[in-house]
Design a protein around this ligand. Structure first.
Ligand code: PLP
Length: 430
């Protein structure tokens, strides 16, 4: 595999950007080697600067549920840009996307668009604090909610990759307001509410934690969180930046049938353009400025290009059988690889939910960040590079999940299945 052009570009980038990148996991630190510089994508495929072709299972970390350059999304972006890229004033495009989301989602009555998932979560946390008049928040070890100060404590793959649990630069006083609990542990939650009775503004969780491996939670556990939050007057915040519009149109909330008080979205709702959103009941959202006293604003919030790209993408997601088709494709890949692993007794596992999958190299069922054996990451490093050589691209960290898109064909799934199985054979020396 030729990587000369990527290497040259990376050397230049290192002079411009910390670590040569504008987001840490892109630097390939956990898998080693040179980050690939991508130049084009179409459907399920993408090409790097050295003209290597890959079947893409990173899909820009989730937003590209239709694959690269879907014609409807592309047309929507081009048509919008012709009339201006930003006004800093209301546009019909915002109403259109809000209507599409709210009329198809029973969990929110009002929404506010922002420019990233980080901004959505940061704003939703402020709203929870403003609404409840309480300061403390509870989050879970291994869940990532973006890089705002309050939430950068034990926060998933990016930090796990670098072997640190929290970021420098977060004021101690603020970190103390964030209580971090292990996932999958009702007792820890109960104890925490006993200790901080009347002080907890919200409990934030990725209902399908997908940033530190895929840590699928028991439904009863999520229901327990719902119940204890209701009892304690604490808001339950489901961060659905990844799971929203991926586990069906109503996300993980719909999948589990649990209604959170606050929801955050991002990724898919912008059709590949920068976006985020948070939503709740009319009563809770009435606290947001200019109606209420919780301030939040943004120059590019509700950007028309992102709104129309998101609308085009979500209209495709609403088509009959869209999600069942995606799920079937994912299951085909996962079941075939799982059979291969079992047949050969390899110390590996592959799991999925809807169109998210995760391959890992440690014990059978993993529901907590601390259950992941870091030694398995050495195997992932080999696996990742072996797959690259076969033209299959995963996110460059063993803590990241894979994303299947509508654009992946049966042939892509067949090629990928073969590539996964033969890469496992190489690693485990069949
Ligand atoms: N919340 C979750 C669950 C995420 O997965 C992410 C990003 O991966 C974020 C929040 C932050 O979103 P963004 O990267 O758009 O700021």
């Amino acid at each position: 595999m030729k990587t000369e052009k990527s290497e040259a570009l990376y050397n230049v980038a290192k002079d411009y950007f910390p670590g040569g990148v504008n987001s840490p996991v892109r630097a390939f630190r956990s898998v080693g080697g040179t980050p690939l510089f991508l130049k084009r994508g179409k459907g399920s495929r993408m090409w790097d600067e050295d003209d290597n072709e890959y079947i893409d299972f990173c899909c820009s970390w989730g937003p590209l549920i239709l694959g690269h350059c879907h014609s409807r999304v592309e047309d929507a972006i081009i048509e919008t840009v012709k009339n201006g890229t930003s006004f800093g004033a209301p546009t019909k495009a915002e109403n259109d996307l809000a209507s599409l989301i709210i009329s198809n989602n029973p969990f929110i009555e009002k929404i506010r668009f922002v420019s990233s998932g980080t901004e959505a979560v940061m704003s939703a946390i402020r709203l929870a604090r403003g609404y409840t008049n309480r300061q403390k928040i509870v989050k879970f070890e291994g869940c990532f909610h973006g890089h705002s100060d309050s939430l950068l404590v034990k926060a998933g793959s990016g930090l796990a990759t670098f072997g640190i649990s929290s970021s420098a630069g977060v004021p101690e006083a603020l970190a103390q307001e964030t209580i971090v609990l292990p996932l999958d542990d009702e007792h820890a939650v109960k104890e925490c509410f006993e200790k901080y009775h009347g002080q907890i503004a919200c409990v934030i969780i990725e209902p399908v934690p997908a940033n530190n491996g895929l840590l699928l939670q028991r439904k009863e556990y999520l229901q327990y969180l719902r119940e204890i939050c209701t009892q304690e007057g604490t808001l339950l915040l489901f961060d659905e930046v990844i799971s929203g519009f991926r586990l069906g149109f109503t996300g993980a909330s719909g999948y589990y049938g649990i209604k959170p008080d606050l929801l955050t979205f991002g990724k898919i709702i912008g059709g590949g353009m920068p976006v985020g959103a948070y939503g709740a009941s009319k009563e809770i959202m009435a606290k947001i400025s200019p109606d209420g006293n919780v301030y939040q604003a943004g120059t590019l919030s509700g950007n028309p290009v992102a709104m129309n790209a998101g609308k085009a993408q979500l209209n495709e997601c609403l088509k009959p059988d869209f999600y069942t088709g995606l799920e079937k494709k994912t299951e085909k890949l996962v079941n075939a690889v799982k059979n291969h692993i079992e047949q050969h007794h390899y110390p590996a596992n592959i799991i999925s939910v809807h169109s998210l999958f995760w391959i890992y190299f440690s014990k059978d069922t993993i529901r907590k960040a601390s259950d992941i054996d870091p030694a398995g990451m050495d195997h992932f490093r080999q696996f990742f590079h072996s797959l690259l050589g076969k033209g299959v691209y995963l996110g460059p960290s063993g803590y990241e999940v894979g994303f299947v898109s509508e654009a992946h064909t049966d042939e892509d799934i067949r090629i990928t299945t073969e590539a996964f199985c033969s890469s496992l054979d190489e690693i485990f020396g069949k």
